[in-house]
Structure formats: C-alpha cells, structure tokens
Design a protein around this ligand. Structure first.
Ligand code: B12
Length: 210
C-alpha cells in the first residue's frame, strides 16, 4: 500500500519516473484515482509555497510540474472512461491567454468528460476570441475558463465583456476557476460560478444546465 506521503514526496522531489510508476500502480491496483490526484495536487501546491518562499526556483517548480503531468497522462484516459449518463452538454474549456498552467484545467476537463459532457479542450494560453468562436461553432452550453495568475484572471472578465458586446451572453453559462479565483470576484465579473476543485466543478456544471 502506497502512503499519501509517498505520493506527495515524488511530486515535491520532482521524481518523474517514480511518479509514473506510482500512478501506474494506482491504476493496476484499482485505487480511487481521485484520492491519488488529491494527494498529488496537495503536493504541487506545497511546491508552489516552496517557490513563493524562495526555497525552490523555477527549475524545481518545473520538474515537479512535469512529474505531476506525467502521472496525469496515465490518469486522464481512466478519468475520461465515463461513468455518468451521457448528457450531450457541450463544454468549451481552456486556460486563458497568457497563462500556461494546464494541470487543473485538464483535470476538470477529464472529469467533465467522465460525467458525459462533450468536452472541447482548447489547451492553454487560449485567446479569448478562440473560446467564443468555438462556443458558437459547437453551440456549447458552457464555457469554462481556467486562470492561475492574478494577471491573467482579468482575461475571464474580458471574455464575458466580449460575449455581452456580441449580444450572446445569455447563450452560455460561464464558469471560472483556478487557485486565485474567489466567489466574490466571480460575482464581480458577472460569471455564473466557480468551484475549488474538479468534483465541485462537475456538480456546479450539472446544476447550471438543469
Ligand atoms: C505547477 C505550477 C507551474 C507550472 C505549470 C505547469 C503546467 N503545465 O500547468 C510551471 C512551472 C510551468 C509554472 C510557471 C509559472 N508559474 Co506557476 N505554479 C504552479 C503551481 C505550483 C501549481 C499549479 C497546479 O498545477 N496546481 C494543481 C492543480 C490540480 O490545481 P489548480 O490548478 O488550482 O486546479 C484546480 C482548481 O483550481 C479547479 N480549477 C482549475 N481550473 C478551473 C476552471 C474552472 C472553470 C473551474 C470551475 C475550476 C477550475 O479545479 C482544479 C482541479 O481540482 C502554482 C501554485 C498554486 N498554489 O497553485 C504556481 C503558481 C500559480 N505559479 C506562479 C507563477 C508566478 C508562475 C510563473 C509566472 C513563474 C515565472 N516566474 O516564470 C510562470 C507562469 C508562466 C505563464 N505565463 O503562465 C504563481 C502565481 C502567482 C500569482 N498570484 O499570480 C503561483 C501561485 C506560485 C506562487 N506561489 O508564487 N507554474
């Protein structure tokens, strides 16, 4: 049995082969993947704190992120296998322009797919016009925007303003998320909601399209 501290250690140390090995073992042993992702997520946030405190520098932060991504690549197909009813609700998701953080966004996208949403993942550093164009093209019901930087968060407001300008704000529910996003800010920019993690994001998405 692998302990939570072992999961955390591989990410904090940025041990890519070991992160892959533990992720594969979790899949083979049919463990609750969400719990393992939680342990990995906690670890990557700890790495963020070490970075902020000046204990870690960018190379260490990047190595830890690579380890987390390597593990997520093993989990993504499992998460997306789909256990819910197909709802055929179309969602356009991406990380906003100027921002390359995509770990959390990819977890949210995988969980939405698993719950039967039809997910159009545009990736990271996505121009706001691409979100809007894709949402119109696929006739999406939901637009999900991820932003991890205080500087890029404002892109979500610009996206909502663009929808208003085009007269199509009511056609879509807009969810925003990422570590710096608060409920208060969500209300201020006129988004339809936010969630702290992927599980709550899926619950909220389902509630909004009811
Ligand atoms: C990993 C990481 C990186 C990796 C990213 C790799 C990748 N491919 O994603 C690398 C090393 C590349 C990186 C780069 C940078 N980073 Co960085 N990074 C992080 C770190 C440590 C973890 C982020 C993460 O993956 N968390 C784990 C996931 C699972 O959590 P999450 O992203 O929050 O997502 C969850 C929820 O928020 C929610 N969610 C996410 N998206 C959405 C969307 C919707 C719609 C909903 C509903 C919910 C939702 O669900 C997710 C799953 O549960 C954070 C620290 C932190 N505490 O967040 C810093 C952090 C975000 N980075 C930071 C900085 C400063 C940078 C750099 C500018 C550093 C530099 N000097 O170059 C660059 C930015 C480059 C750019 N233009 O984007 C700062 C931001 C400070 C600020 N206030 O703006 C942080 C907070 C670190 C710090 N404490 O200083 N980073």
């Amino acid at each position: 049995m692998v302990s939570n501290s072992e999961y955390k250690e591989v990410i904090v140390q940025g041990n890519i082969p070991k992160a892959k090995e533990l992720a594969q073992k979790a899949v083979t042993d049919k463990l609750d993947i969400n719990k393992v992702i939680d342990a990995f997520s906690e670890a990557i946030r700890e790495v963020g704190d070490l970075f902020e405190e000046g204990e870690y520098f960018l190379p260490e932060l990047m190595r830890s992120a690579e380890a987390m991504k390597a593990a997520m690549e093993i989990f993504t197909p499992i998460l997306a296998e789909g256990k819910g009813q197909r709802s055929f609700t179309r969602v356009v998701i991406g990380t906003i322009e100027g921002d390359i953080h995509d770990i959390g966004k990819t977890i949210v996208a995988s969980m939405l797919s698993a719950e039967g949403f039809e997910v159009y993942d545009l990736g990271a550093d996505v121009p706001i016009t691409d979100f809007v164009d894709k949402a119109i093209e696929v006739d999406a019901q939901l637009i999900c925007i991820s932003a991890l930087l205080t500087t890029t968060m404002m892109g979500s407001k610009r996206l909502i303003d663009l929808l208003i300008e085009k007269g199509i704000r009511d056609k879509f529910k807009v969810l925003v998320g990422g570590a710096p996003v608060t409920k208060k800010w969500t209300e201020e920019i006129g988004a339809d909601g936010t969630a702290e993690n992927a599980i709550s994001a899926v619950k909220l998405a389902k509630k909004l399209i009811e």
